[in-house]
Write a protein that binds this ligand. Structure first.
Ligand code: VAH
Length: 322
């Protein structure tokens, strides 16, 4: 992997992934693309191009222009937004992925694209969900993720495209806010804890979902992409996780730092139904065995870092505002 094009580079994952990749491979070797431009470091610290991933012609042009050897295709509409606009989600999530697969096929590129625990549904075993199991999701996002996994397998088997992916759990980060996901409560709770001392969760207590701190997610992407291809049994997507938590457990950990933090609930029936259709916990032993995945942040370590980084971010903003 030497020259990388990232789609959806200004999203929750892309914002931090671009910075990490530029630190490893050199800033001029990572081309950030997104449908819009902004002033973030991802957009301004190296090459940036606007790209609507449903425009396959422009995607191919940019991959040729920068002579990339790898595409990291992150652009997607997440679960809650996709449920509100299912056809738009199909067009972006599937149209974008087919364009990335076709570009990779035509130019002989490696392709990373994430799947999600959202690829599982109510009939999937809920606890320690296996790598290979029933995938009958009941959301458009899940249908997109299962279809994407099958497409990646197909392009690997039929055309020899070096496709690689992971099923991400909910990702928690302090840099770019998530956009339209079901697990977003697990990011909002930290910001509100620092800014308001309280949070009203749209996901109900006792609703377990897998989560992961962003540094672990970014490390997993680089590790998978650098792994020996001969060791990869699965070309659709590997289960990976760091913790299985519910809102009360996050609140309890926050109170070790902010003792007066209060949590209450105003459950969003749409996102609660999505969350309840997903696993409580997944088994990531295949990723650990095939390419040495391991997480470094548990709930305690993540909470300490999230609160500290958000406090610093708010202080900096406060100084800027004066
Ligand atoms: C979402 N954050 O909530 C994404 C993710 C596992 C959840 O796919 O839609």
């Amino acid at each position: 992997m030497k020259k990388i094009m990232v789609t959806g580079a200004l999203g929750q994952i892309g914002t931090e992934l671009v910075i990490k990749l530029r630190g490893i491979y050199g800033k001029d070797n990572v081309v950030a693309t997104d449908i819009r431009m902004d002033k973030s470091a991802a957009a301004t610290s190296g090459p940036f191009e606007t790209l609507d991933v449903t425009d396959g012609k422009k995607m191919l042009e940019l991959a040729k222009k920068y002579q990339v050897d790898t595409i990291m295709h992150l652009a997607a509409m997440l679960s809650a937004v996709a449920e509100a606009k299912p056809l738009a989600a199909w067009n972006v999530n599937m149209g974008g992925l087919v364009n990335a697969l076709e570009t990779a096929k035509e130019l002989g590129l490696k392709l990373f694209t994430p799947s999600s625990i959202g690829a599982f549904g109510p009939s999937t075993p809920k606890d320690r969900t296996p790598q290979v199991t029933i995938e009958r999701p009941t959301t458009m996002y899940g249908v997109n993720k299962v279809s994407g996994e099958l497409l990646c397998d197909y392009y690997f088997t039929k055309f020899g495209v070096d496709t690689r992916g992971v099923r991400f759990p909910g990702l928690i980060s302090y840099m770019a806010p998530p956009g339209g996901g079901t697990t977003d409560y697990a990011v909002e709770i930290y910001y509100d804890a620092v800014e308001k001392g309280r949070y009203t969760s749209f996901i109900d207590k006792g609703t377990y979902m897998d989560m992961m701190y962003m540094p672990d997610a970014l490390q997993a992407i680089v590790q998978l992409m650098e792994a020996d291809p001969a060791r990869l049994k699965y070309r659709n997507a590997y289960n990976i996780t760091a913790m299985s938590v519910e809102p009360e457990e996050i609140a309890k950990e926050i109170r070790h730092h902010l003792p007066n933090f209060k949590l209450d609930y105003s459950v969003d029936p749409v996102r609660q139904a999505i969350a309840e259709s997903w696993p409580n916990s997944i088994d990531d032993s295949a990723a650990r065995e095939d390419w040495g995945f391991k997480s470094n942040y548990d709930l305690e370590k993540m909470t300490k870092d999230m609160l500290r980084k958000i406090e610093r971010k708010i202080e900096r903003k406060g100084k800027l505002a004066q």
